[in-house]
Design a protein around this ligand. Structure first.
Ligand code: ADP
Ligand code: MG
Ligand code: ZN
Length: 608
């Protein structure tokens, strides 16, 4: 790995500063210093000098090589220094003696030429050079702080294939993405094969997917596999303090890349510079210039010469359409959240870096982590390793893994949160309520673990559900079941205590969100059918789109959401009432044990 120098473009050369310094020195020596020295010396004619001597108003006289300096009283009686020219006047000495004036001649200096030169020019030059150094070093330092590159640049990192580079094996569960990229790698390795047929490789490939799915990782793996130089830069690095640097950096980057072709240029987080140009109130000139430069550069080279540009983003919908048109980033590779098998593979890939016990059930861990990204899974493994170290173990066990899932998903276990008996009872019934409703609905996922040990995330209890298999499609019945399960906690409070608590806040939020999506997104109501009620919104970041309906329809949408939730809530209550003995039995057991497994739960439920 090595930094590539970018050409020194914006930098004033150093000799420019030296030239200015020398000009200043000469100016000082010739004009300013003499002026300062002369400022208090009055020049008078020789005749006046003689007059002053005669009238006794002169005190000291110094006869120099080409002038006479003397001190004396001026007309208004104050002391002053005078000078006058030299005249060949043999009488002068006599006159001065007569008046008893101190006088003398200065021995003409035979100046040490070199010493004088050194003193009047050399020292100042050295001084200025020192200052110049200091200034330029300071500028470089502060430039570093703000990420500005002054000359010896830091624009893009160049990775040269080495032992450190990673291979495709380290990216798990992204088979489709790998497949589309293998073609690119093949092109970089054997361009002739493609030229023969006349096939052109895509110039730009956009990696699209939610955060943590391995976009950056796969880009590095492509470089490793293709065995070509790899320039990597992050979108935010283009946009910096000084206007114009961004565009210059894009130019630099492509200059470098063209020299090293065939190679790969990777722009991470391209949305920072590639945002739609007309969007928003705050237009950013710098960003626009950078984007324009990028567009121009991408037009300026043909993929024939072997430069391929990869870019990654999790906000494809904000990108400028000009970036996505054919000839630029016309190919998109999707990196989705991993499915069950993908999660198992990712866990196994990362497990290689840790010391694991032999009998780990990765499948179980993967099933408990539906919706986790690759980065989450890597984090879970690391948390497990930390826990193993804390417990003075030399290997990671299944138990460590299960515990760390909860740490990552639900926040670390609170150390000494104290719940009084009443609270504990309510939380237990609430959690059992969820679990019981889930278990009693045929299609609901079985419960894996129920706990009433509080989490730092604020959740007082926690019911861990494990889907038997990953679901790509959710049926309407599934969705209703899920909402009913979410209502189960509150329903248990109502049925048992005839009282409600704040503990259901998160359930309410989730249930409402799902019910709302059923209405506006999935078209699962009779009333609206296939009508689209929302558009936009980032499907990766879970942003809500904007409503496309009128205020009047809005009221009906709210009513539809409300009626779904009310119905589910009633169902949950009914289910719990029908199973009240079991509810008490299970809750008692949970209060005693604090944590129970799915099997324990099912045994009690199915025992009669
Ligand atoms: P992104 O760029 O998509 O946000 P990264 O590539 O930075 O995500 O992934 C972050 C980390 O998560 C990686 O360094 C890696 O450890 C892990 N990771 C993510 N996806 C995968 C995957 N498919 N296979 C293996 N590890 C992964
Ligand atoms: Mg990334
Ligand atoms: Zn709840």
């Amino acid at each position: 790995m090595k930094n590539i120098e970018s050409p020194e473009k914006n930098k004033k050369p150093l000799y420019y500063y030296y030239f200015i310094s020398i000009l200043i020195i000469f100016f000082l020596n010739w004009v300013i210093f003499p002026m300062i020295l002369q400022i208090n010396v009055h020049e008078v004619p020789y005749s006046e000098f003689l007059q002053k001597v005669d009238s006794g108003r002169v005190e000291n006289v110094e006869i120099q090589q080409n002038q006479i300096l003397f001190t004396g009283k001026s007309d208004n009686g104050t002391d002053a220094i005078y000078k006058t020219g030299i005249i060949d006047d043999p009488e002068l000495v006599k006159r001065l003696e007569e008046k008893k004036i101190n006088f003398g001649a200065v021995i003409p200096k035979r100046p040490n030429f070199f010493l004088q030169l050194l003193l009047s020019y050399g020292l100042p030059i050295l001084f200025f050079m020192g200052i110049g150094r200091l200034i330029s070093r300071n500028m470089k330092q502060s430039a570093g702080k703000f990420g500005l590159s002054l000359g010896s640049g830091d624009s893009a990192k160049l990775y040269i294939p080495s032992e450190e580079s990673i291979s495709f094996d380290e990216v798990a569960g992204q088979e489709e993405a790998k497949e589309s990229l293998i073609e690119v790698i093949d092109f970089l390795k054997n361009p002739e094969k493609y030229k023969d047929v006349g096939a052109k490789c895509p110039k730009g490939i956009l990696l699209v997917g939610p955060p943590g799915t391995g976009k950056t990782l796969i880009a590095r793996a492509v470089a490793g596999e293709a065995n070509v130089p790899f320039f990597s830069i992050s979108g935010s690095e283009f946009v910096e303090m000084f206007v114009g640097r961004g565009a210059a950096k894009v130019r630099d980057l492509f200059d470098q890349a063209n020299k090293k072709a065939p190679c790969i240029v990777f722009i991470d987080e391209i949305d920072t510079i590639g945002k739609r140009r007309d969007s928003g109130i705050s237009t950013n000139d710098e960003r626009e210039q950078t984007l324009n430069q990028l567009l121009t550069e991408m037009d300026g080279f043909s993929s024939g010469n072997g430069v391929i540009i990869l870019a990654a983003t999790n906000r494809p919908e904000v990108l400028d359409p000009a970036l996505l048109r054919p000839g630029r980033f016309d190919r998109q590779v999707r990196m989705e959240l991993p499915d069950l098998q993908g999660r198992v593979d990712i866990l196994k890939v990362h497990a290689k870096n840790y010391k694991m016990e032999a009998n780990i059930d990765y499948n179980l861990i993967a099933r408990a982590t539906a919706g986790a990204s690759g980065a989450d899974l890597a984090n879970i493994l690391n948390e497990a390793a930390l826990r193993a170290v804390r417990l003075n173990k030399s290997e990671i066990s299944q138990c460590d893994l299960e515990e760390s899932i909860e740490v990552v998903i639900a926040g670390a276990q609170k150390k000494n949160a104290i719940m009084n008996e009443d609270e504990k009872k309510i939380v237990a019934y609430h959690e059992i309520g969820h679990a019981l409703v889930a278990a009693k609905q045929t299609n609901s996922a079985p419960v894996h673990k129920i706990t009433i040990v509080p989490r730092t995330s604020g959740a007082l209890g926690y019911t861990m559900q494990v889907d038997v298999e990953d679901k790509v499609l959710i049926t309407k019945a599934d969705a209703l079941n899920r909402i009913t399960t979410l209502c189960g906690g509150r329903a248990a409070e109502e049925v048992v205590f005839n009282e409600i608590t704040t503990g259901a806040a998160n359930d309410i939020e989730q249930a409402t969100k799902l019910a709302r999506n059923m209405v506006v997104k999935y078209g699962m109501t009779e009333e609206f059918g296939m009508m689209a009620l929302e558009s936009g919104g980032n499907r990766y970041l879970g942003e809500r789109g904007y409503a496309t309906y009128s205020a009047d329809t809005g009221r009906r949408v709210d009513e539809a959401v409300l009626s779904i939730i009310k119905e589910c809530q009633q169902n949950a209550r009914d289910l719990l009432k029908a199973n009240e003995p079991k509810l008490h039995q299970l809750a008692d057991y949970l209060i005693e044990k604090e944590t129970i497994t799915g099997e324990e739960f099912m045994t009690i439920l199915n025992a009669d």
